[in-house]
Design a protein around this ligand. Sequence first.
Ligand code: SF4
Ligand code: F3S
Ligand code: FES
Length: 232
Amino acid sequence: MEVKLRIKRYDSERDEKPHWQEFTVEAEPTDRVLDVLLHIKSYIDGTLVFRRSCAHGICGSDAMRINGLNRLACKTLVKDVSSPIEIEPLNGLPVIKDLIVDMQPFFEKFRIVKPYLVNDETPPPVEWRQTPEERERFDDTTKCILCASCTTSCPSFWTNREYLGPASLVQAHRFIFDSRDRAAAERLDVVNAREGVWRCRTIFNCAEACPREINITKAIGQLKKALVYNRF
Ligand code: SF4
Ligand code: F3S
Ligand code: FES
C-alpha cells in the first residue's frame, strides 16, 4: 500500500521554526511506523533523525506523537493509523532535532523520587520475601519503560513544566508500595510538595498514552490516598 507521511522537521541549531515535510512510501499494512521511518532514513532522506533501539516496545526510546497521540513507533502498525500519518516530537520537552527531544528535564524529575530500592538493613540470608499480596500492590507500576508518553501528554504538565508529572509519580508509587523499601515517607514528602501529586487533575491522558497500559491515574489516586490517610 502507498503511505503518505507528514513529519515535523526542526533543527535547533539552524531553524527558526519547525516545518512539515511530506513523504510517500510503499509499505505493508502490517509494517510499523518505525519501519517506515527507517525506510525514509535509509533510502529517501538520511538527515531525518529519531531515537529507537529495541524495536520491540521494551526500551521506550521511540515515543513520538503520531496523528496527535503519543505512541511508540515500533508498536504502531501502519494499518492502524490513518494516512497521511502526521508525526511530531513529544510535546512539552525541548526539541533538539526532528523527532528527538531533550529528555534531561524528564529524567531530572525521575531522579527526584529516588527510583531505586532504599534499605540499609542487613539482608536476609536468601532473599527478601514478599507475599503475593505485597507484590501485587506495585505490580502495575513496575511495567514502566520510561518512554515519557504519559508526562508529555498531560495538560497539567504542559501548563506547568515544574509538575513532577505522571511518569515520576509512577516511579514513586513503584517503591512507596514495595514492602522491602524504607524510604516511602521521604518519597511521600516529595510527591506531597507544591509541584507534586496535587497538580494532577485526573485528566486521564497519561493512562491513555501509556504503551504498557499502566493504570497511571489509579496509581496517582493511591498516592493521594496514602497522603490523606497517612497509610501506605
Ligand atoms: Fe511510558 Fe507508561 Fe512509563 Fe509513562 S508510565 S513513562 S507512558 S511506560
Ligand atoms: Fe495529567 Fe494524567 Fe493527572 S494526564 S492531570 S497526570 S491523570
Ligand atoms: Fe524500543 Fe520502540 S524502539 S520501545
